[in-house]
Design a protein around this ligand. Structure first.
Ligand code: ADP
Ligand code: MG
Length: 692
């Protein structure tokens, strides 16, 4: 909207690496935000200079306090505003005349309260944009950088975050605060934290760009309630040469994308479904919970990535192992088949009552030495890609020694330890562990971590094979219309789609047709009618002229009874279907062109067997679209049936993707059904294109 001046302002450095900051609205009143934020800055020993501004104080927390920002002589990199809303305009004006680099507006009461607040927010933004100043917020809770040379905690959470490699962005201030409050318990270690609030100016896209090129950031995690622009997100993520894992916890529902119930493709794709599918397609990890988000980040940061999905579980108790195995299955991971030699070795050290089959049960007697030895033996097994080692603290064995003995094993395969100890364990572990490796608290956590890391590993080097992501023109919702039958068929043919031969006739010319080939299909066409069979306007398997005339009469009557005008008749050869498929495409308002493949025909909605992908796809994606649907599995051949040529099918899906990318006016395409006949030939018997 107001991005015109931003071209050279993409650098967010002064938010994360300021040398000097001022706090407008610093306060000497304990528990006020203006006080707490200054206290956090001081307690965390910020390495730069700090300038509190408050006309009523001369000194706060031993910092010299300034009457006005204009009294400060030094250049200010970052100004943090916490004054009540009515003073915000004045503060911003002064910051502009002081020519600060960047502003964090913590004060709330803008877009989130309604129209008036929204206008106010836009006004402020306009001023700042004109002055070339970037703003984070309003309605946010600040920024943290744990790097030694900076040590900035400009939030009102009085914690001492420990340095790590995670960049954590939160759209919600409260959630950000909750995470910061729990740091001592969860042991999350991040490099940068930022709360972006209303994201009037700086959005997750700006932060993504910045973090992708910041060497202190290893993994990027976002808590989002809305996507600024899904296509931009993908583009930035894909275009970046540095492939850092991106983990997104997305709550709530976004404003629904373009959804036209008129097309099957549109109706079958809820916004959530698209977000899920497209993030996955590009290797962006979507998580369900806060703990999954940070466990995954810890997994990336502290362990070598698993090379595959064959997992061994080592445990001293049955229950937690079962939960771990259930989660493995849910996440499409496999219990590794241990080699005979591994089992032989294990038999020598594991009690007979235990189990040397995966999951390996050491029983409650499992000692630090046994845990270490068994983990080492299993790591040596070529059939194992990763280990989940679970320990529930029994009376006779101490948790700390077990955990630390396994931690000390060095290997290129990861071991994720789950510990369910007595409460005293955690403090002891924090104080005494030499490795300080993350220990997980639930048996389900490692499976989530492994599957998320595998997604990243699988997708990180994959390229888009068709099209280059382009941020296209805006959709209009005014001049939207369906192309007529011939036009739609023409476009499909020019992209090599197997459109069935058809003849279109005015209704009264039927008698003049002599050379009809039976059996055929007759359909009634009208601009007003989108689903022909609902109006009884599709007559199949017509074997002779008499049947044809009867069918046409029926169609006419049906149109009359429903007050629609029948415009034309469409004649096609009747094709006996073996399978009915759907290929579709449409333009999502946030994520751009998408394609869909699945079970087609009249019952598509009921069958709900479809797969969606961004039209910017590659061969692997095409393969996945087919193998992830039930109809796709059937086409490949089940119960001894010969399979269908799915390579041709992939070409057709690719064609639809190309149409969506190349023809920017096209909003939706529906090939439903694409019939597969008994000779495995394809026939698109119903094509529809919506354009603008
Ligand atoms: P609509 O989707 O507008 O109701 P279709 O043209 O898709 O109309 O036809 C409805 C159904 O009729 C299809 O799902 C298919 O089962 C069948 N059908 C349509 N055209 C043919 C054809 N040429 N040969 C065989 N079956 C057909
Ligand atoms: Mg149809």
């Amino acid at each position: 909207m107001m991005n015109i001046w931003k071209t050279n302002m993409s650098d967010l450095k002064s938010f994360f690496y300021p040398k000097s900051i001022c706090i407008i609205g610093a306060s000497s009143k304990e528990k006020s935000i203006g006080y707490e934020i200054l206290k956090s800055i001081k307690a965390y020993s910020f390495k730069g200079s700090v300038f509190p501004v408050n006309p009523k104080a001369t000194e706060i927390l031993n910092y010299k306090c300034y009457n006005s920002i204009l009294d400060i002589d030094e250049k200010i990199d970052l100004a943090i505003i916490v004054v009540p809303k009515k003073f915000v305009d004045d503060s911003i004006d002064k910051l502009i005349s002081k020519n600060v680099n960047s502003v964090i507006l913590i004060t709330a009461g803008f877009k989130e309260i309604g129209e008036e607040g929204k206008k106010h927010e836009e006004e402020l933004l306009r001023k700042l944009n004109t002055a070339g100043i970037r703003m984070v917020g309003p309605n946010c809770m600040g920024v943290i950088n744990t790097i030694d040379e900076i040590r900035l905690n400009a939030t009102f959470v009085a914690e001492q975050p420990v340095k790590g490699g995670i960049g954590f962005l939160s759209q919600s201030g409260a959630l950000g605060a909750a995470v910061l409050n729990s740091l001592r318990e969860t042991d999350i270690r991040f490099a940068h934290f930022i709360s972006i609030g209303n994201k009037a100016d700086v959005s997750e896209l700006d932060v993504l760009t910045f973090w992708l090129s910041d060497k202190n950031i290893e993994t990027i995690s976002f808590y989002l309630e809305s996507f600024q622009n899904g296509l931009e997100l993908i583009k930035r993520f894909k275009n970046s040469k540095i492939s850092k894992p991106l983990i997104i916890l997305k709550a709530g529902k976004t404003k629904s994308g373009m959804k036209a119930a008129s097309s099957h493709t549109g109706a079958l794709s809820s916004n959530e479904k698209i977000i899920d599918a497209l993030l996955k397609q590009f290797g962006i990890i979507r998580v369900n919970t806060i703990s999954e988000m940070f466990n995954t980040a810890k997994g990336f940061e502290n362990f070598p990535p698993p090379k595959g999905n064959r997992i061994a579980v080592i445990t001293n108790a049955g229950g937690p192992a079962i939960l771990a195995v259930d989660k493995l299955e849910e996440r499409n991971l496999f219990l590794a088949e241990l080699s005979e030699s591994t089992k032989t070795k294990l038999k020598e050290i594991v009690l007979q009552e235990g189990s040397v089959n995966n999951p390996i049960d050491l029983l409650p007697v499992g000692s630090p030495e046994l845990y270490k030895k068994v983990n080492e033996v299993v790591l040596d097994d070529e059939n194992v890609d990763a280990i989940i080692s679970i320990f529930v603290e029994p009376v006779m064995v101490n948790a700390f020694e077990v955990i630390e003995s396994v931690n000390l094993i060095q290997n290129e395969k990861p071991i994720y330890q789950v510990c369910m100890p007595l409460p005293e364990f955690w403090q002891k572990y924090n104080n005494l562990s030499a490795t300080q490796l993350p220990i997980f608290r639930t048996p389900e956590a490692p499976a989530e971590i492994i599957s998320n890391i595998l997604l990243h590993e699988e997708k990180k080097d994959q390229n888009i094979e068709i099209g280059e992501i382009k941020i296209g023109a805006k959709q209009s919702h005014i001049n939207v219309y369906f192309l007529d039958q011939k036009e739609a068929e023409g476009i499909c043919r020019s992209f090599n789609l197997p459109v069935v031969e058809s003849a279109i006739l005015p209704i009264n010319e039927l008698t003049s047709i002599n050379s009809l080939k039976f059996p055929l299909v007759v359909k009634g066409l009208s601009k007003e009618v989108v689903h022909k069979s609902e109006l009884n306007a599709v007559k199949l398997n017509i074997k002779n002229k008499e049947e044809l005339f009867i069918a046409v009469d029926e169609i006419k009557n049906s149109f009359n009874n429903n007050n629609h005008s029948l415009e034309k008749l469409l004649l096609q050869p009747f094709i006996k279907p073996n399978h009915e498929l759907l290929i579709g495409g449409f333009r999502d308002s946030s994520f751009g062109p998408v394609v869909m493949f699945g079970s087609g025909g009249k019952y598509v909605e009921v069958l709900d067997d479809t797969n969606i992908k961004s039209a910017y796809l590659n061969y692997n994606d095409l393969e996945e679209m087919i193998s992830d649907t039930k109809i796709g599995k059937i086409l490949k051949g089940v119960r001894g049936e010969e399979g269908v040529d799915t390579e041709r099918l992939k070409l057709f899906i690719k064609s639809v993707a190309k149409i969506m990318i190349e023809k920017e006016n096209i909003l939706e395409i529906d090939l439903n059904p694409l019939i597969v006949d008994s000779n495995s030939n394809f026939h698109a018997v119903d094509v529809r294109i919506k354009s603008q």
